[in-house]
Design a binder for this molecule. Structure first.
Ligand code: PGA
Length: 248
């Protein structure tokens, strides 16, 4: 059985005050949660979250990383630094990083490597734009994104990777993929991995992301190949986020 994972991606939304309220709110409602729950905080708040979640089952993640260990990379943050704050996860290849900051699949694969080399679990995001979906290119796009990682690291790397399928047209738009649309791509991703190794494909957690909320999480996570969610907007309110966490 694959474990259900629910990860919150706060993006660039936080203050010391909201982080405090949000984390304490989540912790207060975690008793009946069986999923693995992760919060991916902006870099300046990693330390604050680390302190708040000590001795709890809540896990910490970052939202990006630089592939280098240290050196003259002004403004960047390494995997070692993220680890230093007790984080276990890092989002890699989010579509906002790909489209706004020019991260291509080759760089994303190198980031996956940097995360794995430092015992961080990459939440490795893939997904197509609306234009690509309408052109019938969804499978080609997702294959290219996944194959870049397999080409660099081999299929065994997926033993340490969590995949997140995030159709770009569903992110932050309120338009969620239907369970059929999402399950279709999730099954395709699992098949793609199975083409290299059946066992690894079966063990790999594949999360759905894109306007998942308390109202639609149930039917999405109920799908055979959907193993949880990567949640943006709905991860910013403790009660909304907890309702999704309780689904798994
Ligand atoms: P959303 O974001 O839930 O606000 O659509 C998901 C994501 O970008 O990871």
């Amino acid at each position: 059985m694959r474990k259900t994972i629910v990860a919150g991606n706060w993006k660039m939304n936080a203050s010391k005050e909201t982080v405090n309220t949000l984390i304490l709110g989540i912790l207060a409602g975690m008793d009946d949660v069986k999923s693995e729950v992760v919060v991916c905080a902006p870099f300046p708040y990693l330390s604050q979250v680390e302190a708040l979640i000590t001795h709890s089952q809540l896990k910490l993640g970052a939202q990006s990383l630089n592939i280098n260990a240290d050196g003259a990379f002004t403004g960047e943050v390494s995997a070692e630094m993220i680890k230093d704050f007790g984080a276990q996860y890092v989002i890699v290849g989010h579509s906002e990083r790909r489209s706004l900051y020019g991260e291509n699949s080759t760089l994303v694969a190198e980031k996956v490597k940097a995360a794995l080399d430092n015992d961080l679990t990459p939440l490795f995001c893939v997904g197509e734009t609306l234009e690509q979906r309408e052109a019938g290119a969804t499978e080609a796009v997702v294959s290219e994104q996944i194959n870049a990682v397999i080409d660099l690291l081999g299929i065994d790397a997926f033993l340490g990777i969590v995949v997140a399928y995030e159709p770009v047209w569903a992110i932050g738009t309120g338009v969620t993929a239907t369970p059929e649309q999402a399950q279709g791509v999730h099954a395709f991703i699992r098949q793609l991995l199975a083409g290299y190794d059946d066992g690894i494909a079966d063990m790999t957690a594949i999360l759905y992301g894109g306007s998942m909320n308390a109202g639609n999480a149930n039917e999405l996570i109920a799908c055979e190949d959907i193993d949880g969610g990567l949640i943006g907007g709905a991860s910013l309110k403790a009660e909304d986020f907890l309702q999704i966490c309780r689904v798994g």
